[in-house]
Structure formats: C-alpha cells, structure tokens
Design a protein around this ligand. Structure first.
Ligand SMILES: C[S@@+](CC[C@H](N)C(=O)[O-])C[C@H]1O[C@@H](n2cnc3c(N)ncnc32)[C@H](O)[C@@H]1O
Length: 153
C-alpha cells in the first residue's frame, strides 16, 4: 500500500518527483495533448476514478493531497480547462463536499489532508462552507491557497 494519495493529480505539476513510488496518483481522466499554445496536458494517473466516490478502503493513506478544478467558467476547449479541468457549474458545492468527505474517509485516523485552491472564480469562504471540518492553518491571503486539515481534528 502507498502512503500518499494525490486525489486529482492532473499533470503532476506540483510534484518534485512525478514518479514518487510512495504516491497513488488518481484522476478521473487519462489524457494527452500538446496544445498550440505550447502547453502540454499529460494526465496519466495510476488509478482513473472520481474523487466523489474513491475506490479505496477507509483509513488507507497517511496523507491525501487534493487539488480539484477551481474553475466553473471556462470554455471546454480553453487550455485552462484542458489542463486543470472544470467543476460542474450547478453542482460544484455538492461535488466538493463529497470529495472532501472521501478524502477524510480514506485517510488514516489523524492523517493529513493538504488542500489546494485558487480563488480566481470562487472565494475561499464559499468552498470552506462545503467542508465538514475547518482547516488547521494555511495561506489566508494569496490567490493560490494551500490549507492543511487533519482527520478528526
Ligand atoms: C487543478 S487540476 C490538478 C493539477 C495538479 N495538481 C498538478 O500539479 O498538475 C485538477 C484535476 O482534477 C481532475 N478532476 C476533475 N474532476 C475530478 C473528479 N471528479 N475526480 C477526480 N479527478 C477529477 C481534472 O481532470 C484535473 O486533472
């Protein structure tokens, strides 16, 4: 069993070691495209699955990192949507709420959840309203936020 789950790995851009053997990389798509803009979208997860219904047992991982799409407004063909995905405009609160619950479910007791968000379209407070727990600490001002949660805290 791997120690860490990346529950929406995309192109693994924030990883220093994109092939870290301690990580299960999950995304709901397998996709490769070299865009005319020069951006490369290379989504090649170990597990293709939905973060609202994860195929893992309860209490499986010591750490989960979750960087879901943060856009609700983006053309389907825009490079941002291709690279980072897009939330369902009508159901994003429910999907984030289910995703958060799933991240906690698959964490071991007192395991750590690292959550990443970009506030360009949806403010942080609206996202935190979808979650059953408050973060322990993290960025409070920057556009890109990294927040830390602990299961059971
Ligand atoms: C912001 S990107 C992740 C970027 C990644 N952290 C990186 O460093 O490159 C969000 C990813 O979530 C994926 N995604 C969207 N909905 C999902 C779902 N329901 N379950 C799993 N992954 C999903 C998208 O395909 C996209 O690759």
């Amino acid at each position: 069993m791997k120690y860490i789950l990346d529950a929406a790995c995309g192109s693994r851009m924030f990883w220093f070691d994109k092939a870290n053997p301690n990580v299960t990389f999950m995304d709901n798509r397998q996709y490769y495209e070299k865009l005319p803009t020069g951006h490369i979208v290379d989504v090649n997860p170990d597990v293709v699955a939905d973060f609202t219904e994860m195929p893992f047992s309860d209490n499986s991982f010591y750490m989960v990192v979750w960087d879901p799409p943060h856009l609700i407004h983006a053309g389907k063909t825009s490079w941002l949507a291709k690279k980072y995905g897009k939330l369902d405009q009508d159901n994003w609160q429910t999907d984030l709420s289910k995703g958060f619950s799933e991240c906690l479910r698959v964490l071991k007791p007192h395991g750590t959840l690292i959550f990443k968000w970009n506030t360009c379209q949806i403010p942080m407070n609206q996202v935190l309203e979808c979650f059953s727990q408050a973060p322990l600490f993290g960025d409070k001002r920057s556009k890109t936020r990294w927040l830390v949660f602990m299961k059971g805290e």
